[in-house]
Design a protein around this ligand. Structure first.
Ligand code: SAM
Ligand code: CA
Length: 212
């Protein structure tokens, strides 16, 4: 979903730091070779991710859903050299491409990619996270939230992507995916252990901060 007019989007691109060459190339290759290239975060959201990690300086980040590595690179670009981002994806075929672009973007030293089912991998990670980004299969969003919650430090962040689901969350009749996304938003809003807001950037980011 695009909440911006084409003209405004053009204006934003014109008057902001341009996208890195590595990210441009990754986007081109994803569109040429990979199914569902629309899953890429893209320039606007990616720039926000880099700024968020640059502001917060997280030492440990967990991303659930790597795809071709766009968002992982964007988070890692804002992170310090001694930090580590774990990124999980079930699709092992994409791993070599991701690794190539992690190297091209000069962030491979701070990214650990793990292939497999996220719900099986998360319990094996012996880490405390400053930031978790949920962006894999939508019907598991609540399961991911529950699985990571105790691993996030107080004051840490849980960000979930696509929480406006192309605007469908406000439809009366909701299909299965929309119901799952809406249930996630409902759960987070009702959880007294966090405060949150929904940033209407691209397809919507639910940004929650753990209080206790
Ligand atoms: N974060 C990426 C970005 O912004 O460029 C996009 C991620 S894409 C929307 C979702 C990814 O989740 C896909 O690459 C898919 O293979 C992965 N995925 C789906 N189910 C999964 C599971 N059970 N465990 C781990 N990854 C899964
Ligand atoms: Ca996404």
């Amino acid at each position: 979903m695009n909440l911006l007019s084409e003209d405004l989007e053009k204006y934003i691109h014109q008057w902001a730091t341009p996208e890195d060459e590595a990210l441009k190339e990754l986007t081109r290759e994803t569109h040429l070779k990979v199914q569902m290239p629309q899953m890429l975060s893209g320039y606007l959201q990616g720039s926000f991710m880099t700024m968020f990690t640059a502001l917060q300086q997280p030492k440990r980040v967990l991303e659930i859903g790597t795809f071709t590595g766009y968002s992982a690179i964007c988070f890692a670009k804002g992170m310090s050299e001694d930090s580590l981002l774990y990124t999980l994806d079930i699709n092992e075929e994409l791993a070599p491409m991701c690794q190539r672009y992690f190297e091209k973007a000069a962030v491979a030293d701070r990214i650990m990619m793990i292939t497999g089912k996220a719900l099986e991998i998360i319990p094996t990670l012996d880490e405390t996270f400053d930031l978790v980004f949920i962006d894999a299969d939508k019907h598991n969003y609540i399961n991911y939230y529950n699985a990571v919650f105790d691993k996030v430090r107080p004051g840490g962040w849980i960000i979930a992507d696509n929480v406006l689901w192309s605007g469908k969350v406000v439809n009366e009749q909701k299909d299965k995916d929309t119901q799952a996304i809406h249930a996630y938003n409902e759960k987070v809003a009702q959880d007294p252990r966090v405060k949150n807001f929904i940033l209407p950037l691209r397809d919507g980011l639910n940004i929650a901060q753990k209080l206790v």
